[in-house]
Design a protein. Structure first.
Length: 303
């Protein structure tokens, strides 16, 4: 059986391209380093490197195993750090989130999270644009909808659906639409998503899908502005229930056409890979799930 030290030597050898250099850096004699690598290859029943007198390069199997080895060492390091810190989450975390749910739902909870974990610092980005987590300076993103990039790790936070909303003042002046087709006679408040203008509103009535292309005199790249327009009585919006939950409770907005089911918009916490789940990320995930549960909003996993 191989040891953690064998994995560490393998990763360092791949990084340096030399077994002897890796051995010197780990303060090992060449014979010990060579025996460590052979022990690992014997256990895996495969060659990890192609060796010659002048070069050392990974085999395809070695390249595959290298990714898992890095993740294993990262997780062990994080686990050791968590034990040394007595389980206290600490460090800097860069977060990206949709503008509306970020400001109106998550922000107060993030403030409470920092109060509970004073050794945590947060950097926040509010944007409805879907960022590339592999290139952007962001550790964790909050995203609505089903995850399309299967290489990312997605942790469900809350189940939600889109709802059609308007202010009582708008309805008093312009009337109340009864069916999705009636939206053609109303000013619909539009915003841009990653694929362009969000003007195809989708519903279900039983098992029958309904898609209505709507129009309006206002468009924005910030979905929070569309919500503000709706509150001001300027038109009808199609928003995630989480975004307008408090507006509905306070009577600033009312839902329309409740017999038609809006499209699902589950809220997820997303990060690049499992090695990104540091103690502070895990603490934040648990903290937010408890907050949503207290609101009576189940995560998608439990919905």
């Amino acid at each position: 059986m191989y040891s953690t030290n064998d994995i560490q030597l393998f990763v360092l050898t791949a990084d340096l391209g030399s077994l002897s250099k890796a051995a010197r850096q780990l303060d090992l004699v060449p014979a010990t380093a060579s025996a460590s690598l052979k022990r690992l290859e014997l256990h895996l029943n495969t060659r990890l490197f192609v060796r010659s007198t002048r070069s050392l390069r990974l085999t395809p199997e070695g390249t595959l195993f290298l990714d898992y080895s890095r993740q294993a060492l990262t997780l062990l390091t994080q686990g050791e750090a968590l034990l040394r810190s007595d389980g206290v989450a600490k460090g800097h975390l860069r977060l990206s989130m949709p503008s509306d749910v970020g400001r109106n739902v998550l922000l107060p909870w993030l403030n409470a999270f920092q109060k509970a974990y004073p050794q945590v610092t947060l950097g926040l980005q509010f944007s409805d644009r879907i960022i590339d987590l592999f290139s952007a300076p962001v550790d964790v993103a909050f995203r609505y909808g089903k995850l399309e990039d299967s290489s990312l790790i997605s942790q469900p936070l809350a189940a939600s659906r889109r709802v059609v909303v308007a202010s009582p003042a708008y309805l008093a002046q312009h009337g109340t639409p009864i069916t999705p087709k009636d939206l053609a006679d109303h000013n619909c408040l539009l915003f841009y998503l990653e694929r362009g203008l969000f003007n195809n509103w989708r519903f279900h009535s039983g098992k029958n899908p309904i898609v209505i292309k709507v129009r309006g005199d206002r468009m924005t790249d910030d979905a929070a502005i569309a919500r503000e327009w709706a509150i001001s009585g300027l038109g009808i919006a199609y928003k995630s229930w989480l975004d307008v939950r408090q507006d509905l409770a306070d009577g600033r907005l009312v839902t329309l056409m409740d017999q038609y089911v809006g499209e699902e918009t589950p809220l997820n916490m997303v990060y690049p890979d499992r090695s990104s789940a540091s103690p502070v990320v895990r603490a934040l995930l648990l903290f937010l799930r408890e907050k949503f549960y207290a609101l009576g909003v189940p995560s998608e996993r439990n919905a």
